[in-house]
Design a protein around this ligand. Structure first.
Ligand SMILES: Nc1ncnc2c1ncn2[C@@H]1O[C@H](COP(=O)(O)OP(=O)(O)OP(=O)(O)O)[C@@H](O)[C@H]1O
Ligand SMILES: [Mg+2]
Length: 581
């Protein structure tokens, strides 16, 4: 979207063009009701005058009939208007929501690391909701309000110019006042939105950490934070509301004055015989009608302010590009893939380097075990390999191809990763295992689960593969989650697998089951196992010991284990002592 010029609104048109037909119908309907609204008082005027002059019954009934038909039609059109208005608003803004989400899904991890889920919800839904009324009704209502105002004033000028002048003055002053103080509540409203975003952020964060909150006894602390956040929302909300109602109150006062003047003038005209009772009613009715469109214009102006801030934020988001640029190469060599890191340096933020001069080569089919203290950069290596971040410099090749030259889809088709935490999606067990790939048969899935040791768990589920799983992952134990993730990757038949083990210890039976699963998975592909348990590394070919982002040691597993002065031998000794203890 970056091609849209700064300050231009042309990108909004993109969402309005598909609904232009509906908007045209909206406008026509609105003009029709405006016309009806303008006609009604004239009918009442004739009715009153005819009744006062003791006119024929038939003409009175005729006038009442016409009035009734117009009133009913008006109501029907009002219903149609609100239906169409909502339809247009939802259709136009849903497209925008979808575009925003799609765009965000493609943005790099550096962007996502800085955003909380609460903020993303606000940006993809909250800001767009602020624009929905603008999309549907803004133009239509502005046009409608102006036509109604012009119609009323024109009719009044035909009947009585002095009253018409009072009304015109009132209209101009009201609109002027509204434009003059329209921005009064904007800053306060923004502060209010910020406070409510913080409140949602707090609730989301605390619910996400519910286990820690409950077991750590921090409920009183959370409640205290919550009360403070609520107080901020309340105080800012009250201020914003007070400021928002000022323009409205100002027009109410002006309006009361205008009605009083028109009534005084009208009564004077009636008493001096210059106007009939019906005309007096007409004046009064039109003065009353004046208030609606003016209020409408005021509302639309507020909506426009809200929409403007929403639009600015949306465009900002759409203008952000991902730092990850895809390449064009579509294919990687068949079979297990080699991996090559050449002089790779990396930092999450520009300040602190996380990986220094990483150089290593892994031949097709080889298995590498990476060990190192927590925070030494093991997971970061896997994230670079999957292009979740750009490295600062250096080259990574998979199957001999620089990963920057590859299409992301081509890379992900062949490379699988099991991360430290497993994400479940709202859907059936089958969908969760296949990640919504319907080309796999139930037999294939069940066979794989049997191979990897997950079958007893699947069979224990009430409806087997069709069992519904809830999002998050709370329905799986840590061991089951790992088996689950391994099965998921196995089903994609990858040529390179990266396993990032969870750091928590599992019971020996689960460990054994996991080990069998890992062995199966790595049978036909190249594997990188980031291990916290040295037992996982019994079958790997090579070992890398990482320390503070540097390779401390890299070599064949056997050789390193035998060399008593190596870091790896030292690790093995400590591990054995721990087991004995
Ligand atoms: N998203 C991030 N933004 C900034 N720094 C990060 C980010 N993720 C990790 N780091 C930092 O990078 C360093 C390496 O982290 P990494 O996750 O690669 O460690 P690890 O070896 O996988 O640790 P563990 O064994 O605990 O999983 C750590 O110092 C960590 O604080
Ligand atoms: Mg890690």
């Amino acid at each position: 979207m970056a091609q849209y010029k700064k300050g231009s609104m042309s990108w909004v048109l993109r969402y309005l063009i598909p609904v232009k037909g509906s908007m045209l119908i909206l406008l026509v309907l609105l003009l029709t009701t405006t016309l009806f609204q303008l006609i009604s008082p004239q009918i009442v005027q004739r009715f009153i005058d005819a009744a006062f002059a003791k006119g024929p019954m038939s003409s009175l009934i005729g006038l009442a009939g016409v009035y009734l038909v117009i009133a009913v039609c008006n109501q029907l059109i009002t219903v149609a208007l609100s239906y169409l208005g909502n339809d247009v608003a939802w259709r136009a803004t849903n497209q925008l929501r979808a575009d925003l989400l799609k765009h965000c899904l493609r943005l790099d991890m550096r962007f996502h690391n800085l955003k909380t889920p609460g903020e993303m919800i606000e940006r993809i839904d909250g800001d767009v909701t602020n624009m929905s009324n603008f999309f549907a009704m803004f133009l239509v209502q502005i046009v409608g309000s102006f036509v109604l105002l012009a119609g009323i004033l024109a009719i009044m000028f035909v009947h009585n110019s002095s009253i018409a002048i009072v009304m015109t003055l009132f209209t101009c002053v009201s609109i002027g006042v509204m434009i003059g103080i329209r921005d009064l509540g904007v800053t306060a409203s923004q502060a209010e939105r910020q406070a409510s975003a913080s409140l949602y952020g707090l609730i989301e964060e605390r619910i996400a950490g519910i286990e820690d909150v409950q077991t750590g006894g921090s409920v009183p602390y959370v409640m205290n934070r919550f009360h403070r956040a609520m107080r901020a929302v309340f105080q800012r909300g009250r201020k914003a509301w007070m400021l928002r109602v000022v323009p409205w109150n100002a027009t109410v006062i002006l309006y009361t004055m205008a009605v009083t003047v028109v009534l005084l003038l009208g009564v004077h005209l009636y008493l001096t015989g210059q106007a009939t009772l019906g005309t007096l009613f007409l004046f009064f009715q039109y003065t009353q009608m004046l208030n609606d469109p003016i209020e409408q214009l005021g509302n639309q102006m507020q909506e426009f302010q809200k929409a403007k801030s929403g639009m600015r934020r949306c465009r900002e988001l759409l203008g952000l590009g991902s730092e990850i640029q895809e390449g064009t190469a579509e294919t990687l060599p068949d079979g297990a893939l080699s991996v090559e890191f050449e002089e790779v340096n990396f930092s999450y933020n520009q300040e602190e380097r996380v990986l220094h001069d990483i150089n290593f080569t892994l031949n097709p089919g080889e298995r590498l075990g990476i060990v190192g203290r927590t925070g030494s950069g093991k997971s970061s290596i896997s994230r670079l390999l999957l292009r979740l971040y750009n490295m600062d410099n250096g080259v990574i090749r998979v199957g001999g191809v620089d990963i920057r030259q590859l299409k992301l889809a081509a890379l992900y088709r062949r490379v699988g990763m099991v991360t430290q935490d497993v994400q479940l999606f709202d859907g059936t067990l089958r969908d969760n295992l296949t990640l919504f790939d319907s080309s796999l048969t139930d037999e294939q899935i069940l066979e794989t689960t049997a191979q990897l040791g997950l079958r007893p768990w699947v069979d224990a589920q009430p409806q087997g593969l069709q069992t519904h799983l809830s999002a998050g992952g709370t329905s799986l134990s840590a061991g089951e989650a790992q088996l689950f993730a391994l099965t998921r990757v196995f089903l994609t038949r990858p040529s390179l697998v990266i396993l990032d083990e969870p750091s928590s210890r599992l019971d020996p039976a689960t460990e054994a089951a996991l080990q069998t699963a890992v062995d199966h998975l790595l049978e036909h592909c190249t594997g990188i196992v980031i291990a916290h348990r040295l037992s996982t590394l019994e079958k790997v070919d090579k070992i890398m010991v990482l320390g503070r982002g540097r390779i401390l040691e890299f070599g064949g597993r056997e050789a390193l284990a035998e060399d008593q002065s190596s870091h790896f031998a030292e690790l093995l000794r400590t591990d054995r002592q721990e087991e004995l203890a």
